[in-house]
Unconditional design. Sequence first.
Lengths: 214, 461
Amino acid sequence: MRVDYVRMAMLDDFRLLEKNGFRLLPYKLAASEDDAAQAAKKIGYPIAMKVVSGEISHKSDIGGVKVKIRDEAALRLAYREIMDNVKGRNIDGILVQKMARKGIELIIGGKKDPQFGHMIVLGLGGIYVEIFRDVTARICPVTDDDVKEMVEELKSHPLLEGARGTKPIDMKALRGMVLGACKFIMKEDIKELDLNPVIFDENGGDIVDVRFTR
Amino acid sequence: MDERLKKLNYVFKPRSVAIVGGSPIPNKIGNVLMKNFIDSRFTGKVFAVNPKYTEVLGMKCYPRVSDIPRPVDCVIIATPAETVPGIIEDCGKNGAKGVIVLSGGFEEVERNDLAQRMKELSDAYKLPVIGPNCLGVFNPYTRVDSIFLPMYKLQRPGPGNIAFVTQSGAVGSTVLDLAAHFGMGISKFISYGNGTVLTECDMLEFLERDEETQIIILYLEGVRDGRRLLEWMKRVNVKKPIIAMKAGKYGKAMTAARSHTGNLAGNYAAYKAAFRQAKVTEADSLDELFDFVKIFSQPLPKGNRVGVITNGGGMGVLTADALNDQGMEIADFSQESKVEFRKILPSYGNVGNPLDLVADAGVEAYEKAVGVMMADPNIDSLAIVVLTQTPPIDERIIGVLTSAADERKKPLVTISVGGEYTEAYKRALESKGVPSYDSPLAAIKALRRLTDYSMWKRKLK
């Protein structure tokens, strides 16, 4: 997770997404160091940890996030460091989550247009999303063919097809995720949705960060 | 809406027209409208309606529409907004078939009450209403003409198969004037303004069935029901290609976006998405609008392989660049074609695509080269560069290109760059329905749009 802060409400968001068929990276809210260690063992390393609190809005700034934790020893040290950094704050726990795969960062978004209703957006994601603005959109519901066209319309399309020695990303998984996002925003009447980034490689994709408003 | 759309036929082919606000005072809208009907070849009956006069421009003037002794097919209203609902009701009593409201002063100035009343009366009398706040209609076949701009200032195009539906009257009239200037024929001009009763969707539904219309231009500023527009575009575009243009792409967002998606995809993104989903051809400028519209009069190509003919090497290279840029294929000629081309070319000429006939080429060389390419199974469409400035090219080239286009075997675009002489030649081509372009890129862009549309339609089958 790359977000700066995690609120309890976010876990509700996670649950709603899961209810709608999204497969999120395995996660658990841990209440103690042992709890976190046990969760990580179950999830499998490497993992990321981040503080869950309604009080802390810029969590990286105060040291509330630790990523790429590879084993239990590192986890225990990281846990203590986070707890020390957030001393004196009200926290709900520590989110332990599987690290995302490496690959191409995309954004899958949705919004409700006042005239056209729900629409779905696909683009190059990550932190440069608004600089490159390499996005394309369709009105929901969309077909598998629509999504194929969307992928082909992206300027970064060659990147997705495998450039400079990388393998093509799992297009079927990508199309499935776009179709799923489309269904989700329509069914739950979502106003704005960001799945950004979602990281894809040849074996599939991981949703790294989620934000939506109803 | 069905009954009202059927009645809409009368608005375009009226046996009688009433002009409410008809006036003897020069430059008043009601005066220009009357004159336009008198000066044109409109064969139906024209009534003036205005309680102030008993006669206007030598015609009997009635105080109200309901005073006209028989039902009127098309009533054109050009009186202040407050008077409009009353007049529409009066039209209903007359048994009128349809109404055009030119007057402004409704939704655009927050007078939704007047618009609402108009809707109710339209429902009650099953009366189709175009407008308000618009230029109304022009049909070159019947010469019905509610455009309140004098004919000497704004030319009207002749009959053709292109329907032009526009929300903006100002842009619409400009395009109409240009179309007339280029010799482009139209089937119907519809400026629907606020679209209070009949919207752009109703116009698409109407034009889908209109026999004179084969191509539709749709100029939009904003719509109320985007989903309905998408459905109608999808449905009509399959039968009659739609060239759409959206103005106001970068208007203020309705609500401040909080997500990346909200920032990346404004309201125009939804229009663009809808155009793509309906496979409607989108023009980004008025130049593109004309460029794209004229190519859709051509037959649909079977593929994207283009044969290029030129009498100037450099223009051939530019055309090849444009083909690459637009993702079109430079065709490989068949063996038979190559043999034929060798016979046309001078001894120092090279057989290749682009086929450079060189500056010595006369009209006969063009005629043969075009004929060979039309027969070559490896070529789907033709791009023909003619530098009219070379000595052997004369006016007969127009006949050669026109008859090639008239065979309707393969689409062709012509490209000519030059001054006054070239312009005259191009206008002659355009008036005969041969698309002519100023630049290779503009021509190939248009060809690409036609090819995309064609490929999509072939996939549907």
